[in-house]
Design a protein around this ligand. Structure first.
Ligand SMILES: [Zn+2]
Length: 391
């Protein structure tokens, strides 16, 4: 009898499981053998028996969790085929963050690709997304609504640099998740010709230095802790988003809060978080990227996970593709672009919740304000909702 996709991979409460190969992909609970797509903490957890991942993902997990984060580890090079049980697995670049991979699992000439998180746009800090033809494509759905079109990150960086030029006495703080987004923002600034020292929050240091050790040039970086308030006038500092809401900001002269995230497309969210300079820069594919990628894989069947599953499942239906949502709890809680504390009425998942968010976003988008008038971070800080975007 011919093999079915479910004979290769099956969703379980612990994550996607391959019984034939004896492993889980990005398990949310400790398992015997885990294949990890990338080092964001919602995908890469400590405590598994054996872990197979790219060298960068293993290194980043070690940096975050310590030497004993797994019983044993094995590094997979991009493109290298590895036999596991009755399957063959291959890691391919996902273009999401350094070391990120899609995992192709093959058995009996049937290929299922678990993409993890991915983006199909250029990023100087990681290998570009590779299209892997397959029978079944497992896609993320973080920004799977037509209102999400990320646009050109270079334009967002130009907006930041204009603000720095306009307010030379102020310190610009850019909230960015510490794995991937922070380093990409720095690389984009360098690409735009910004060659002044860039300041780092201490929480960014280890991972950023690791990126540099893998050959990603980021120019001169300095720690905020070594600078006086006066030194920081007119400078750019990259910090975790949660730090924007922190007493830590008082060490800066008249700080101005920016936030680099795909969610900054939703202006209500930027306002709610007290961000005066929202920068729409995402490490996830937008609606066009998701749909174009799904079509290009040639997959006849699509499994949709973590995010706005319903809209993408519906889109697949209109294209004659078989599609199903995978209800795996635990993804998107700590990711770089995970939706932090959504405003009331913006539920995640569920048809009506998705629709509500779409209309909210659409009305936000109808009144673009490309040059928001920056206000003082201090005066805005108390308006923000609870933090907790990142551990
Ligand atoms: Zn991720």
């Amino acid at each position: 009898m011919a093999m079915r996709p479910e004979d290769i991979l099956v969703p379980t409460p612990a994550g996607v499981c391959c019984k034939l190969g004896g492993f889980h992909i990005d398990p949310t609970r400790p398992v015997e053998r885990a294949l990890i797509t990338h080092a964001h903490s919602d995908h890469a957890r400590a405590g598994h028996g054996a872990v197979l991942a790219t060298q960068e993902t293993l290194d980043l997990m070690r940096l975050r969790y310590g030497e004993n984060f797994a019983g044993s580890t094995q590094a997979a090079a991009y493109g290298e085929s590895i036999a596991l049980g009755g399957t063959k697995v291959t890691f391919h670049p996902a273009g999401h963050v350094l070391g990120s991979a899609q995992i192709a699992v093959e058995a009996d000439r049937l290929r299922v690709v678990a993409s993890g998180d991915y983006k199909n746009v250029a990023d100087p800090t990681c290998a570009p997304f590779e299209l892997v033809p397959c029978d079944v494509f497992i896609t993320e759905a973080t920004f799977a609504l037509p209102v999400f079109r990320h646009g050109d990150p270079g334009g967002e960086i130009a907006k930041l640099l204009r603000s720095v030029a306009l307010f030379p006495e102020r310190a610009h703080l850019v909230g960015a998740y510490s794995l991937g987004k922070a380093q990409r923002v720095i690389a984009l600034l360098r690409h735009a010709g910004y060659d002044a020292p860039i300041y780092l929050h201490g929480a960014m240091e280890k991972i950023t230095r690791y990126y540099e050790s893998r050959g990603i040039s980021l120019g001169e970086l300095r720690l905020v802790s070594g600078a006086t308030k006066q030194n920081l006038a007119g400078t750019i500092t990259i910090c975790p988003p949660s730090a924007l809401n922190d007493l830590w900001t008082r060490r800066f002269p008249d700080p101005l809060a920016a936030f680099a995230s795909g969610w900054m497309r939703v202006r209500a969210r930027a306002r709610q978080q007290g961000v005066s300079l929202p920068l729409v820069i995402s490490d996830h594919a937008d609606w066009d990227g998701l749909t174009a990628t799904i079509a290009a894989t040639g997959a006849g069947e699509v499994w949709v996970t973590h995010g706005q599953e319903d809209a993408l499942v519906h889109w697949c239906g209109t294209r004659g593709l078989k599609a199903r949502p995978l209800d795996i709890v635990g993804y998107g809680d700590e990711d770089d672009d995970a939706s932090p504390s959504p405003p009331v009425g913006e539920g995640r998942g569920g048809g009506s919740g998705g629709d509500a968010q779409a209309s909210t976003s659409a009305s936000d988008l109808s009144t673009p304000t490309p040059n928001p008038s920056p206000t003082s971070l201090h005066s805005g800080a108390h308006k923000r909702g609870p933090g907790g975007e990142e551990p």
